[in-house]
Design a protein around this ligand. Structure first.
Ligand code: ZN
Length: 332
């Protein structure tokens, strides 16, 4: 079976919503809806709602159960890949829930699962700027920094399924504290949550600082976030410029490690780069020669996601398609 007449069900689990959609193999969304309570609601309540919504959307797309080849779940980590379970995380009330088996039972179709960073690289690979390539790395750049790696035409899973945690490569063992407990991870330098905490620490007792007068900050400490650093740097506020330069330098260091380790054709940067554009990409490229040989740089395109926020919509579907591809049920 080729992928031409393949339709899949995608389920994207988040702390504030669960998005369910039906797509074809080209990423066209045939029907979609969301459950607003997300994974904040108890699992026992959410699961039947997901099954009910999935069945309703199959009908709404004008399809029958047998027209859907499989289902993909995209969830924030940590995941127990072998057991198909979503483990406890800060933004979710769920704890070690066996969602894969429960959905196999509820939907009577193959169900695959993966984390959002792996789903991100799959979405770029199937539908985005990395289509047709064999060696691609994706870095999510939002509250945290996640990584997904396609190497030799296959998603790299690793021995326990958690390969690609590129945000937790330690760049400086004496660096800032990361949410994971290590010091100096890529995420501790470049992740939205971490950058916001560092900025707030610097300015907690300096209410007269120019950063507080940025339009989106409105004088509030809690609004001193990653976006504030970006906007402050654009305006030339020295503290923001210094932080932005460090973010770009550390991102270049992380990208250099990826290039030297995996020799990819393409490295795709996610959300924060999507919003910053060349203001982030150009300084990163300028620093890259410090971290990777010309041979690596010449064979690798560093680019910003073309899917943008759509990555999230296609995440579950990408996981489903990859599961079917790895099972030999579809071709690319
Ligand atoms: Zn870390």
């Amino acid at each position: 079976m080729s992928s031409d007449n393949t339709n899949v069900l995608g389920i994207d689990i988040g702390g504030t919503k669960i998005a369910v959609c039906i797509t074809d193999a080209k990423g066209n969304i045939l029907a979609s809806d969301r459950i607003a309570s997300g994974a904040a609601a108890p699992y026992e309540e959410a699961l039947p709602q997901v099954v009910y919504l999935a069945q309703a959307l199959i009908k709404k797309a004008g399809l029958k159960h047998d027209d859907i080849s499989g289902c993909g779940i995209c969830a924030p980590g940590p995941l127990d890949m072998a057991g198909g379970r979503i483990m406890k995380s800060p933004n979710m009330s769920w704890d070690a829930v066996p969602i894969r088996d429960d959905l196999v039972a509820g939907l009577s179709m193959p169900v695959f699962m993966d984390n959002d960073a792996n789903a991100g690289v799959l979405a770029e690979w199937f539908f985005g700027c990395a289509k047709g390539k064999t060696d691609v790395i994706y870095l999510t750049m939002s509250t945290g920094v996640g990584g997904g790696i396609v190497a030799g035409g296959k998603l790299l899973a690793g021995t326990t399924g958690i390969a690609g945690e590129l945000g937790h490569i330690v760049l400086d063992p004496n660096g800032p504290l990361c949410g994971c407990g290590q010091l100096g991870c890529l995420e501790a330098f470049c992740g939205g949550r971490s950058v916001a905490l560092q900025l707030q620490d610097k300015l907690r007792f300096r209410p007269d600082h120019a950063m507080y007068r940025l339009p989106d900050v409105q004088g509030k400490l809690e609004n001193l976030n990653f976006q504030a650093v970006r906007e402050g740097a654009k305006l030339g506020i020295p503290l923001a410029v210094e932080m932005w330069n460090e973010i770009c330098l550390r991102l270049a260091q992380g990208i250099g490690i990826c290039m030297v380790t995996f020799n990819p054709q393409m490295i795709v940067l996610g959300t924060a780069a999507f919003y910053a554009g060349d203001f982030m990409l150009q300084p990163v490229l300028a620093q890259l020669p410090r971290f990777a040989w010309k041979e690596f740089r010449d064979s690798c395109e560093v680019c910003i996601t073309g899917l943008g926020p759509k990555v999230g919509e296609l995440a579950g579907a990408s996981v489903a398609l990859n599961g079917l591809y790895e099972a030999g049920k579809i071709t690319l």
